[in-house]
Design a protein around this ligand. Structure first.
Ligand code: PAF
Length: 287
């Protein structure tokens, strides 16, 4: 059974009689693809009620970003959710009908995680993560979910949301679901549809760079891989299409140290009509 709710008050009334421990939330901006559906499947497995939120959040887009042309496909999204096998479980789609449902007139509050948002995508998209945490906090609050599902593709987002959840003592378990990839190994993203055949080929440079270094670090120690990594980093710095390529401790997104167990290889490549991100996590030996 799928229920569509378009107002925050309707959501609250609907959830009144459902115990909090039975609710999972999958926050999305819609235009669902298999990557999103993996999150929904994971939530269905864990929770009798899954609340899929669909809201293109204006606060997380920069002034020159794609807010206006971001694909809004509510009907298709609902049809895709209808295709999932639910058993006894229920899906509630919460798709606020206007921004006011989330941001009342005069809205003047910001939830900001500080250090973690000053690097990677945070450095390139000022204010983006503040918009994410400000909306995610509200979505957690409105749904009262105890489990929340996020995709690994936005690895920094997962880390930022985890930090907010800890810092604000929210009783929400953050679950990260692995990246879903297309046949050519590009990470699925709603923004991939901005790509032409040509720019998709160009975008695979990101996919392959991240993949190749993950393969390298599986067979070579961190110190032995350092030369190759540094050489590639020098190339990337000179290439203005690359927003970043970074190798960081996957736990805290700080520099790799001898204590690092897992490295996150993270990249962002800016193409003509789309900005793509990707990452891989790999267990390393240091020396
Ligand atoms: O990952 C996304 O789609 C968005 O950043 C999220 C988490 C739904 C917040 O708007």
């Amino acid at each position: 059974v799928i229920t569509l709710l378009r107002k925050t008050n309707d959501l609250k009334s609907f959830l009144k009689d459902i115990p909090e421990g039975q609710r999972g939330i999958v926050p999305t901006m819609g235009n669902l693809h298999e990557g999103h559906l993996d999150l929904v499947r994971a939530s269905i497995k864990d929770n009798p009620y899954t609340i899929v939120t669909i809201f293109v959040n204006p606060k997380q887009f920069g002034p020159n970003e794609d807010f206006d042309r971001y694909p809004r496909t509510l009907e298709d999204d609902i049809n895709k959710l209808k295709g999932l096998s639910l058993g006894e479980n229920k899906i509630i789609v919460y798709a606020p009908e206007s921004n006011d449902e989330i941001y009342p007139t005069g809205f003047d509050t910001l939830i900001k995680v500080e250090k973690l948002t000053s690097i990677l995508c945070g450095a390139k998209r000022p204010g983006h993560f503040d918009g994410v945490t400000t909306v995610v906090y509200q979505l957690f609050k409105h749904t009262g979910a105890t489990n929340a599902y996020f995709g690994q593709k936005d690895y920094q987002q997962v880390k930022v949301v985890e930090r907010m959840t800890k810092d604000l003592h929210l009783d929400v378990n953050i679950k990260m679901i692995p990246i879903r990839r297309d046949d050519d190994q590009m990470a699925m993203s709603s923004r991939n549809q901005y790509l032409t055949q040509e720019t998709r080929k160009e975008g695979l440079e990101l996919t392959h760079t991240v993949l190749n270094f993950a393969e390298l670090l599986k067979t070579t120690s961190w110190l032995n891989a350092k030369d190759k990594i540094n050489k590639r980093l020098e190339e990337v710095i000179k290439d203005e299409r690359w927003d970043y390529l970074e190798f960081l401790d996957a736990d805290n997104l700080q520099e790799v140290t001898p204590e690092t167990k897992k490295v996150a290889i993270l990249g962002a490549l800016r193409l003509q009509k789309a900005r793509l991100i990707d990452n891989r996590l790999v267990d390393i030996t240091y020396a």
